[in-house]
Design a protein around this ligand. Structure first.
Ligand code: G1P
Length: 384
């Protein structure tokens, strides 16, 4: 069991014994001084690797490092080695000839270099799927209009290349491209869902992290807080990130992907615990936050998409693939609270109108009208 208070106390003791200030320890362990403060106050749980760096910076003995690891809820180095089978690997390394060991070390360095290169890669690309049924209803001029704020948001975030996924046999949208943004287009032939639209962009994205922007979630006023912010978060944490926001009404749960959040990492940032695409079960009602159409994903999303089964409608869902990715990698959720207009209420409006006509229930018609009014009000405010 972890005991962060005890860990904090211990850390402070060891630091004072080593006669180091927080800033000095931070410098030696290559972490920030405020992180040292958080650790000593028991407000953060460090990774096992950070503990190893701190232990080295403080010149701790193996038993002291073990004590720190245990207070943070980790098994000791020896236990980790045994449980993970690492002990066997260590024994094998010990049995190698010195030439074989040198070759192995060269190979490890090469791999580490490649890993660091990948980590250092800046986000450059964004995929914008517009092959769904909603964008298909729009004329090229309307599609261009809808894309305008999205492209500006992308340019503000400093991305260099946008990959548009278009529906087949539709004239290309009329767009004025912001400076420094290159546009590439691909066509999604079968209409097999958002996940499929992302999967077919793999060839153009390559082996690097990238953003996904769904332009029917329109962010006008606070553009700098969405993708821009998420890219900064990516540069700090190097993991996939989803934008999420509070559900406005119970019906949202069956209209959006839903993220259940865990521990808070920093202001507006949480670890994701589970994801569900448009959950219908009653038990999930009013739990979790809705996914907004802004994502940053690691390239492993492509493997996850390939391994994801289609939903009952035969569509490949990005949320399902992210859920699979969650078993391998951590994903965090950025809580977006800016001004957002979602085209989806229009879909809800159509659905409830049709239901109302079907059942002849006046209550439902009123509800449909309320949704219309709300959507028009929000649109009006965005224009103003
Ligand atoms: C898609 C995603 C959903 C997300 C939504 C955001 O749904 O599948 O998880 O919440 O975008 O707008 P769609 O709008 O394509 O039904």
């Amino acid at each position: 069991m972890e005991d962060l208070q005890a860990l904090g106390k211990l850390l402070r003791e060891y630091r004072e014994r080593a006669q180091l200030t927080r800033a000095q320890l931070a410098r030696r362990a290559r972490i920030s001084a405020s992180f040292v403060t958080y650790l000593e106050k028991g407000h953060r749980r460090p990774s096992a690797a950070i503990i190893a760096r701190i232990a080295q910076a403080l010149g701790l003995r193996a038993d002291q490092q073990k004590q720190l690891l245990q207070s943070a809820g980790y098994a000791s180095v020896e236990e980790i080695a045994q449980v993970s089978g690492l002990q066997g690997v260590l024994d094998e390394i010990a049995a190698l000839s010195s030439q074989e060991r040198d070759e192995l070390i060269t190979e490890i360095h090469r791999l580490l270099g490649r890993w660091q290169e990948l980590r250092a890669k800046r986000l450059r690309k964004v995929v914008i799927p517009v092959a769904g049924w909603q964008p298909r209803l729009l004329s090229p001029a309307q599609l261009g209009q809808m894309l305008r704020p999205a492209l500006e948001e992308i340019a503000t975030a400093g991305l260099k290349e946008a990959i548009l996924v278009l529906a087949p046999s539709r004239p290309a949208p009329q767009i004025a491209l912001p400076k420094n943004l290159k546009l590439r287009q691909i066509v999604q032939e079968p209409q097999l869902g958002l996940g499929h639209a992302i999967l077919i962009a793999q060839g153009l994205v390559g082996d690097e992290p990238f953003a996904i922007l769904l332009p029917d979630d329109i962010i006008l006023a606070d553009r700098a807080r969405s993708l821009c912010q998420m890219i900064k978060i990516y540069e700090r944490h190097h993991c996939s990130i989803l934008a999420v926001t509070e559900a406005e009404e119970a019906a949202d749960f069956k209209n959006y992907g839903i993220a259940t959040l865990g521990q808070r990492l920093e202001e507006e940032l949480y670890w994701v615990e589970a994801l569900a695409e448009k959950p219908r079960g009653r038990e999930r009602e009013r739990e979790g936050l809705t996914i907004v159409g802004r994502y940053i994903v690691t390239p492993q999303i492509f493997e996850a998409l390939q391994a994801t089964a289609p939903d009952p409608n035969g569509e490949l869902q990005l949320t399902d693939a992210l859920n699979l990715l969650l078993q391998r990698q951590r994903i965090c959720a950025y809580r977006y609270e800016g001004q957002l207009f979602r085209v989806t209420p229009i879909k809800m409006l159509l659905e409830s109108l049709i239901e109302a006509l079907d059942d002849q229930q006046p209550g439902r018609l009123e509800r449909a009208m309320a949704i219309t009014k709300n959507a028009l009000y929000k649109l009006g405010r965005l224009r103003g």
